[in-house]
Design a protein around this ligand. Structure first.
Ligand code: NDP
Ligand code: 2IT
Length: 455
């Protein structure tokens, strides 16, 4: 998309007025404004083609969360001191189903971050074709370096407040950065104790108490299924490709595993301290042990593979030459300069496992270079899609096999790729999966909002 000198490409007066109002009201929320502006720009041809979106002020309504909850989370640390954190749940849009989206525990969490994630989740969840609205929550609590007891007491306090706002037909949280199997277990236990009910109020649960097989792997696997669908549609594949995966958490680990199964090789991975390069291919099982069992830093990979290299500082990972880049750590981790470095080294495609990992400048660079770009809300939808499958299994009180869930996940990701490609083509932007994802995700939610009247 071509931009003016001020970086703005939008001309539609209605969209511009919504954006201006949004900027005025949310001046201190840069991540949220970035996510909203990116979607609004893509929707220009849609809004111009159907006057109902303006008449019913669908855009003005969709950028305003239905409800925002902020709350105090007091807890006692191991030395007996009382700590306080700030918790959030943003219930953004329930037009197509109960609010659904993860919880992030990280010191960088604030209202802007949770609102950007909740906003993205509306369109992502719509793309899955499953009945889930958009929501997100979290806390500025840092689980790193905390004992299991501290994490448990924190989770119990967090849920003591959150439980009054959620429920299996109202709002169903899950994991995100800093929230994995351990945290979901503590959160679920506290919900069950306070509400005296055993329901599928969280997804990403352990297999012994209602979790779904393949949910752990789902985001990383789904990312590769999406990328593979795009590559195959263009006569290519993962076979023999060098792949760089940032991060070394839930999404990154299982993206690595699936890249390998599809014939590619992951040569670099990172954490917030630095990155490792292993030209022979990084074994995901070692990363799994370092991160999931030992909760250690990625540089300890060198204890297992002394021939690998460790570099301090995580942003340099994008200078490692690769065919495919899979950013799986956090927002804005690829800026314009990193994108240029990737392209200069021959990168042919970026598929986003993390949420909003590419800055607007990075996306502009991908488009200018004409490389494949799989935007987060489409490419990483496999996690929440499988959460939707976990909800279905909980409702029917049955559990499906790993292969059943994995096959459904693959079908959903291939469907998302096809829907994004078709929407882009229908609105005259063939090959632009970013626009296609925003448009396809929007249309279903907007239609449901139109049917439901002003609410
Ligand atoms: P994890 O907590 O399991 O792992 C996060 C990884 O990213 C860690 O390696 C972490 O390093 C790194 N990281 C986090 N914050 C930063 C930062 N500010 N700078 C550099 N590195 C950072 O989280 P997930 O794997 O679950 O999530 C990763 C991304 O994927 C997030 O953007 C999340 O929103 C997105 N996502 C997750 C889904 C899921 O199902 N889990 C679904 C869809 C998207 P360190 O350990 O040093 O902090
Ligand atoms: O960003 C995401 O889609 C997630 N963190 C997963 C949300 C979920 O409800 O499974």
């Amino acid at each position: 998309m071509r931009k003016d000198a001020d970086g703005m490409s939008m001309k539609n007066a209605y969209l511009l007025s919504v954006l201006e109002d949004l900027k005025k009201k949310n001046a201190h929320e840069p991540e949220f404004l970035q996510a909203a502006e990116e979607v609004l720009e893509s929707l220009e041809p849609v809004v111009e083609a159907d006057p109902r979106y303006e008449q019913q002020n669908i855009i003005g309504r969709i950028v305003e969360p239905e409800r925002v909850v902020m709350f105090r989370v007091p807890w006692v640390d191991d030395s007996g001191r009382v700590q306080v954190n700030r918790g959030y749940r943003v219930q953004f849009n329930s037009a197509i189903g109960p609010y659904k989206g993860g919880l992030r525990f990280h010191p960088s969490v604030n209202l802007s971050v949770i609102k950007f994630l909740g906003f993205e989740q509306i369109f992502k969840n719509s793309l899955t074709t499953l009945p889930m609205g958009g929501g997100k929550g979290g806390c500025d609590f840092d689980p790193k370096g905390k004992s299991d007891g501290e994490v448990m007491r924190f989770c119990q306090s967090f849920m003591t407040e959150l439980q009054r706002h959620i429920g299996p037909d109202t709002d169903v949280p899950a994991g995100d950065i800093g929230v994995g199997a351990r945290e979901v277990g503590f959160l679920f236990g506290q919900y069950k104790k306070i509400r005296n009910e055993f329901t599928g109020v969280l997804t990403g649960k352990g297999l012994s108490y209602g979790g779904s097989l393949a949910r752990t792997e789902a985001t990383g696997f789904g990312l590769c299924y999406f990328a593979d669908a795009c590559l195959r549609d263009n006569g290519q594949s993962f076979q023999g490709k060098r792949v760089v995966v940032s991060g070394s958490g839930n999404v990154a680990i299982y993206a690595n595993q699936k890249v390998n199964q599809l014939g590619g090789r992951v040569v670099a991975m990172s954490d917030s301290n630095g990155y490792i390069v292993d030209e022979n291919g990084i074994d995901y099982k070692i990363i799994k042990e370092i991160k999931e069992v030992k909760r250690a830093r990625i540089k300890t990979y060198l204890d297992y593979v002394p021939s690998a290299k460790y570099v301090e500082g995580c942003s340099g990972i994008w200078t490692v030459p690769c065919d495919i880049a899979l950013p799986c750590a956090t927002q804005n981790e690829i800026d314009g300069a990193s994108a240029q470095a990737l392209i200069a080294n021959g990168c042919k495609g970026v598929f986003e496992g993390a949420n909003m990992p590419s800055t607007p400048q990075a996306i502009a660079a991908y488009q200018e270079a004409g490389i494949f770009f799989g935007p987060a809300k489409a490419a990483n939808a496999g996690g929440v899609a499988t959460s939707g499958l976990e909800m279905s299994q909980n409702s029917e009180r049955l559990s499906w096999t790993f292969d059943e869930v994995d096959a459904k996940l693959k079908g959903i990701m291939e469907g998302i790729y096809a829907a994004c490609a078709a929407a882009a083509e229908q609105f005259g932007m063939k090959g632009n999966l970013q626009a296609g994802a925003n448009i396809a995700g929007f249309l279903k939610v907007a239609d449901a909002m139109l049917w439901q009247g002003v609410c």
